[in-house]
Design a protein around this ligand. Structure first.
Ligand code: GLU
Length: 453
């Protein structure tokens, strides 16, 4: 582990003491604090007035019960959260995750990351995150609807277009956002389109929002490759996951001339030596909501396609030039990083939030692999959410081309900001440092301007 600046050590110790049993939150805070030593060496005033301590403490944390009735008429309960982390730059903004692993520590880590990510986009959005330990897997459409309605029955009093604007994340997509928006509208008697993003097009959604995170990560990695005089063209790529982020990374990588040879879900991973078939993957995941092994069944054996069950191997053993972890936190370990380096990986772009463990990140950086941290590389999703808010505020709807052009320029900008900041702070090419510092400075300046908040 990296040495922390002596002024920052007690801050981390205090965060760990006050938030016991939340390892992902500790991990996210440690990574940012490791980058801040260089900031306070240059700008000691940033360590005054407990500014860093305040940034590590969420402004508000809401925990609530969600009762709902399943198809067997049985009453079920789940626990839900909304962590409103920081509103110095704008209303809290960040997704909602439905997954059995969700707890307050997971939501806090995500809210903390979101604060800096949102700052990096340059748009007027603060940071927040929410979710529930509800498991959407195997639930009927009606059960999902009843859960979303009950969840929103409590959440509605805490959100609003000027207060807190949730969106999707793992387990929450267009369908769930629709049910939540419907319930919010009934409860408030307001057609307040800007209260949620990730809406469908016909009731205030933005074009390119579904594609934005995957496209954005691909744009970011393309910019990074360009600094070394190369591009996606002719490259072999592995993208973990098979949700929105993974599917639209696949589409954009193909467009840039790369070949995605493997993708995964929690049941295992699929390899297609000739390149994963986008339409087939969309059919399996977006329409049928099926397991990824369906890909092998539909393609047929003996065509350079195979499936490896979860636990029987790691997707990161598949040789590639570029790795885009786009499933979930801590999915790419030190062992995986070693395998990737051995197989000649040159760039990694984090499509998910914190998918790479700290030791894996270090292995990449020590080996000279270009590494794009999630809070910069996957910011295209939330940036396009901010574009959705803009369209809602002006009662307008932009074309796909116009929206994608804005996304592409935002991603180039984030890339250049991270690269320039890393350079300015004496660590050229270190995108982790660049992203953490650039995000921190924006949040910190705004907080200071607003007084002791
Ligand atoms: N859940 C996404 C993220 O991690 C998107 C958040 C949003 O659009 O508000 O950034």
């Amino acid at each position: 582990m990296m040495q922390l600046d002596e002024k920052l050590e007690p801050i981390l110790a205090e965060v760990m003491r006050r938030n016991a049993g939340e390892p992902e939150f500790h991990q996210a805070v440690r990574e940012v604090l490791e980058s801040l030593g260089r900031v306070i060496a240059k700008r000691p005033d940033f360590a005054d007035d407990a500014l860093i301590e305040r940034i590590c403490e969420p402004e508000r944390q809401i925990i609530f019960r969600v009762p709902w009735i399943d198809d067997q008429n049985k009453v079920r309960i789940n626990r839900a959260f909304r962590v409103q982390f920081n509103s110095a730059l704008g209303p809290y903004k960040g997704g909602i995750r439905f997954h059995p692993s969700v707890n307050v520590g997971i939501i806090k880590f995500l809210g903390f990351e979101q604060t800096f990510k949102n700052a990096l986009t340059g748009m007027p959005i603060g940071g927040g995150k929410g979710g529930s330990d509800f498991d959407p897997k195997g639930k009927s459409d009606r059960e999902i609807m009843r859960f979303c309605q009950s969840f929103m029955t409590e959440l509605h009093r805490h959100i609003g277009e000027y207060t807190d604007v949730p969106a999707g994340d793992i387990g929450v997509g267009g369908r769930e956002i629709g049910y939540m928006f419907g319930q919010y509208k009934r409860l408030t008697n307001r057609y307040e389109a800007g209260v949620l993003t990730g809406k469908a097009l016909f009731y205030g959604g933005s074009r390119a929002r579904t594609e934005a995170t995957g496209y954005g990560n691909t744009y970011f990695v393309e910019s990074m490759l360009k600094t070394r005089g190369t591009s996606f063209d002719g490259k072999k790529v592995v993208v973990s996951g098979s949700g929105n982020v993974a599917i639209y990374s696949l589409e954009k990588v193909q467009e840039f001339g790369g070949t995605v040879v493997a993708m995964s879900d929690s049941s295992g991973y699929i390899v297609d030596e000739n390149g994963i078939d986008l339409k087939l993957m969309q059919e399996i995941k977006e329409i049928r909501r099926a397991r990824i092994s369906e890909y092998l069944r539909l393609k047929g054996e003996g065509k350079g396609v195979w499936f490896v069950k979860a636990g029987d191997g790691s997707i990161w053993d598949v040789a590639c030039d570029v790795a885009m972890p786009s499933a979930t936190q801590n999915e790419l370990t030190g062992k995986d990083a070693k395998a990737l380096v051995k197989n000649g990986v040159i760039a990694v772009g984090e499509g998910a939030n914190m998918p790479t463990t700290p030791d894996a990140t270090r292995i990449f950086q020590d080996a000279g692999v270009m590494f794009a941290p999630g809070k910069a590389a996957n910011a295209g999703g939330v940036a396009t959410s901010a574009l959705e808010m803009q369209q809602n505020a002006s009662r307008d709807s932009w074309s796909f081309e116009q929206t994608e052009a804005r996304l592409a320029s935002i991603m180039r900008n984030i890339h250049d900001t991270c690269a320039a900041t890393a350079e300015e702070y004496g660590a050229p090419g270190d995108y982790v440092l660049g992203a953490n510092i650039a995000g921190f400075v924006r949040v910190a300046e705004a907080m200071r301007a607003l007084g002791v908040i």
